[in-house]
Design a protein. Structure first.
Length: 122
């Protein structure tokens, strides 16, 4: 499915994201991944807060070093996925703009073939 097909399909679907939203969410995931990779303690702190709403003594939980490594790996993956999504959307947006410019600059090829065709309508 090409970029232009997706954007025309989005006109009827209210849950469909446009290119700007997709780029924004991709950057959000990339930033979240960067924070998780560099400072995994932030994720641990937020996790303790969420668990602490439903359980007692959640603040006493300790994260193992293997869990920190897993969080860092998850953060690197999120960073890579977010940047890849952003770059792909930016590339697709550039291609659609160049395709629109080509369509406006070039005359239609079908016009020449229709000039010689003289069929009578009944």
């Amino acid at each position: 499915m090409e970029y232009t097909e997706r954007s025309s399909a989005c006109r009827t679907n209210r849950w469909c994201m446009n290119a700007t939203m997709l780029k924004g969410w991709s950057l959000f995931v990339a930033v979240q991944g960067l924070i998780t990779a560099v400072v995994p303690q932030v994720c641990i702190y937020l996790g303790k807060k969420v668990v602490g709403m439903n359980f007692e003594n959640a603040g006493q939980l300790e994260a193992k070093p293997s869990y920190l490594r897993q969080l860092r790996a998850l953060g690197v993956g999120m960073l890579a996925a977010g940047l890849t999504g952003f770059l792909l959307e930016k590339r697709a947006e550039g291609k659609s703009k160049s395709n629109e410019a080509e369509v406006l600059e070039e005359p239609f090829a079908d016009d020449e073939s229709m000039e010689g065709d003289t069929t009578e309508e009944q």
